[in-house]
Every structure is written in structure tokens, then in C-alpha cells.
Design a protein around this ligand. Structure first.
Ligand code: MEV
Length: 438
């Protein structure tokens, strides 16, 4: 039985590793060597990564790939993607190429407003609280001026503060509900700093307010935090073409394919079991670009899934229709992204990814990410409604199976050639490898 450790974060990196391997590993040197194998030879670069989080012991690699040929509003882009799932980048590239020949992707940012809240308890007269709020509103704004000055200069800042009465849902619960425009920054630090200042001002001014009784003066702030639900920070991406052009040569009947495709989307609109998987496929594209560009994919995931359930049932993020012989397929998603601040200027690969994308504004990045999600969904539905997903998926997974069995380069080449015209299954790959090794 191991004993708890105290002061772990104060230990040096080597001391931390020694403690870990001596407590949890049988092959101590092998475990240590493995961790050190993933250290960067460039000490400065390694230090940068060490300092991103606490208790870093090594780096965790993900493949960083690119999907070329994305035509977005007439601009041709190559999209960076950080992801481990074997078929995602290939699927994105295929979808990009397909739509490149059909006018590409059209996008539109619908809104960029973000939300933050000060959650507090007030047990008293709501009317008095409303009067108090209107009285201190200018003070709330004045007290955040040091924080907002730079953002204001660039055209952003606090858009509005309102008082929200939530007492019918929870006794005594009110909010300062605040909307923000954070321009090219994701804005989490900016928003949270403003909110914490609002909380301080709220408590201070309540104590001084003569309209309150002694007990009403004791406003209890529970917490101040931005919301990752951003339904007004919304982007739309779309593709369309005549139904007759919805073929890549493999589907003889474009119209039948279009109809099946639209049915598949309709199923995801009304059936939550399917909607979750449908949207997961969309997130394959979205997360990969969000991660490559140094944005917070957990925030994006949480916000998007909440949006997918906004009407009371979890539903598809994409929609499709056939109207007057035209096939249209679109996505609408909330995305709070930044192209300045955070990791953007810090992580060299993030800087690279943003330069590859031609240094987009946050709005442009919203559009690119939405396109990546739409493209991924198009590729998935195209496979699902025609050949099935496993054909392409297993072809891409073949290399993982070969690596699992430590296939040599020669073996890999021979097996890949063999499976060019054979169905890939785990069993079939193992058998082919065994035959080769006989
Ligand atoms: C796999 O990562 C994603 C899919 O399951 C998405 C879908 O079913 O639409 C293929």
C-alpha cells in the first residue's frame, strides 16, 4: 500500500518521476526511459511545455495532420487537425475535395456575444433589489474600467448587465447576467476578471445601500464565472449543389443518394441515440481544429452539446433538404474561439496552425471550424448511407493493427498491397500477417 505524498508539486521533474516509478512500476528503468524518450531535445521548448501545467513529467503526442482543398467563401485553405482517430483527416480531405468541385463552403457568423454570470443569494424584497441594481449599474461599469480599457479601445467590452430573478427555481437565487464582446480573444480571463470585480462592487455597495434592511445588505455571492453556453456566439456553414451533381461516380443514382442522405439527417434530428453519434462525428472535425489552433475543446464541446439540446431533446447539429432539385446541407453551432491570447502566441505548433490558416480573426476561425464539422459529417453520412462506415474506417485502421503486431516495413507494404482489394477486418489482418510470417 502506497503512502500519500506531501509537497509533490515542489519536487523537481526527476524527483517526481523517481517517486512515480518507485511507487507504481515494476520495470522502473523502462518506465523512466519511456517518459524521457518523449522529452524534447530542445531544452527551452521542453521547459515551455513543462510550464503549461503543474507536475509535467513528459509530453503526450497527438498526430498533427492537415486536410487541404477547403474552399471557404472563395478562399482556398489547408486545415490543420490534431487528432488520433485514423480516418478523420482522410475523411475531411475527401469531403473538401468533393465540395471544391461544387462551389465549396459558404459560411456566416450570426453573432459573437458571450455570457458571464455572478450568482448570488439575496433574501429580501425583490423590488428593492431591482432599485439597488439600477442605482449601482454605473458603478459596476466604472469599477471595471481598468480591466475593460484595452478591449473598449479595440471595439469590444461589456455589452450589457442585467439582474435576473431565479427565485422561482431556487429560493433567494439571483444573477448578474452579463454579455460581452471579446473580439479576437476567447475572452475567458477578461470575462472572469470583470465578473469578479462586479461581485466585489455588488457586495460593497449593498453594505452601503440605505434602502436595504440590515439583513438585506448581506448579499452572498456564490460564484462569478463565464458561461460556456454561448448560443449567441453562433456560426453557420453550408454546402449546396444541384441534386444531379451529388455523385462522385460511385453512386449511380445521385437522386437516390441525396434522398437517403437527407433521411439520415432527419433521423438524427428526431432520434437522440443516433443524434449523439451523428454529432460525435461532427466533433471529430471540430475538436481536431480547435485543438490544433490552441483553443479550449472542452468549452467548445460543452457549449455545442448544450446547444444541440436547446429545444428540450438532444438533436442533430446539421440539417439537410432537397428543394427544387437543389441539395442543401448546413450546420449551425455556437463557438467561442480565440486567435489571440491563451496558447495562440505561446505554443509553436498553434502559431504554425494559425499561420497556415492565414492568421484568421476569431470570426474566420469560427467559420473554418464549422466547415470542418460539416465536412466531417458529410463524409460520415456519405459512407454510412452507401458503402457503410467500416470499409473506409478499417482501411485507415489497418496501420494501427499492423503496428499492434509490430509488423516490419516490408510486412506493412505487402499487407497494405494485399488489402487494396480485400475487406479489412482485425481477423483477416492477423491471418495475413501469420501467413506472411510462416
Ligand atoms: C466515428 O468516429 C464517427 C461516426 O460514428 C459518425 C457517424 O456515425 O455519423 C462515423
Amino acid at each position: 500500500m502506497n503512502t500519500p505524498v506531501t509537497g509533490f508539486s515542489k519536487l523537481s521533474k526527476s524527483e517526481k518521476i523517481d517517486w512515480i516509478v518507485s511507487n507504481y512500476f515494476t520495470h522502473k528503468q523502462a518506465a523512466k526511459d519511456l517518459l524521457m524518450n518523449y522529452w524534447n531535445a530542445d531544452a527551452k521548448l521542453q521547459q515551455l511545455h513543462d510550464e503549461f501545467i503543474e507536475n509535467t513529467i513528459t509530453n503526450y503526442y497527438l498526430p498533427f495532420g492537415v486536410a487541404p482543398n477547403f474552399l471557404i467563401n472563395g478562399k482556398l485553405l489547408t486545415i490543420p487537425m490534431a487528432i488520433e482517430e485514423s480516418s478523420v483527416v482522410a475523411a475531411a480531405s475527401k469531403a473538401a475535395k468533393f465540395w471544391l468541385d461544387r462551389g465549396g463552403f459558404k459560411t456566416q457568423v450570426i453573432g459573437t456575444t458571450k455570457i458571464g454570470q455572478v450568482h448570488f443569494m439575496f433574501h429580501g424584497d425583490t423590488k428593492k433589489l431591482e432599485t439597488f441594481f439600477n442605482h449601482i449599474k454605473p458603478q459596476l461599469l466604472a469599477d471595471t474600467q481598468a480591466i475593460t480599457a484595452n478591449m473598449n479601445k479595440r471595439g469590444g467590452g461589456i455589452l450589457d448587465i442585467s439582474l435576473r430573478d431565479k427565485t422561482t427555481e431556487l429560493s433567494g437565487y439571483y444573477q448578474l447576467h452579463v454579455s460581452f464582446e471579446t473580439l479576437n480573444a476567447m475572452g475567458a480571463n477578461f470575462i472572469n476578471s470583470c465578473l469578479e470585480q462586479f461581485a466585489t462592487t455588488l457586495k460593497r455597495e449593498a453594505l452601503l445601500y440605505e434602502g436595504f434592511s440590515e439583513s438585506e445588505k448581506q448579499i452572498q455571492v456564490i460564484m462569478s464565472i463565464l458561461s460556456n453556453y454561448v448560443p449567441e456566439c453562433l456560426v453557420r456553414a453550408e454546402v449546396s449543389c444541384p441534386v444531379t451533381e451529388l455523385t462522385d461516380g460511385t453512386h449511380t443514382n445521385a437522386e437516390a443518394f441525396a434522398k437517403r442522405f437527407v433521411q439520415a439527417v432527419k433521423i438524427a434530428e428526431i432520434e437522440p441515440y443516433r443524434a449523439v453519434t451523428h454529432n460525435k462525428g461532427i466533433m471529430n472535425g471540430i475538436d481536431a481544429v480547435v485543438l490544433a489552433t490552441g483553443n479550449d475543446f472542452r468549452a467548445v464541446e460543452a457549449g455545442i452539446h448544450a446547444y444541440a439540446a436547446r429545444n428540450g431533446a438532444y438533436s442533430s447539429l446539421t440539417h439537410a433538404e432537397i428543394n427544387d432539385g437543389i441539395f442543401r446541407f448546413w450546420i449551425e453551432i455556437p463557438l467561442a474561439l480565440g486567435t489571440v491570447g491563451g496558447l495562440t502566441g505561446l505554443h509553436p505548433l498553434v502559431t504554425f496552425a494559425l499561420e497556415l490558416l492565414q492568421k484568421p480573426s476569431a470570426k474566420e476561425l469560427m467559420e473554418i471550424v464549422a466547415v470542418a464539422g460539416l465536412a466531417q459529417n458529410f463524409a460520415a453520412l456519405k459512407s454510412l448511407t452507401t458503402t457503410g462506415i467500416q470499409e473506409g474506417h478499417m482501411k485507415m485502421h489497418l496501420m494501427n493493427i499492423l503496428n499492434q503486431f509490430q509488423a516490419s516495413d516490408t510486412e506493412k507494404n505487402q499487407i497494405i498491397a494485399h488489402f487494396k482489394n480485400h475487406v479489412v477486418t482485425h481477423r483477416a489482418v492477423v491471418e495475413a500477417l501469420e501467413n506472411l510470417r510462416k
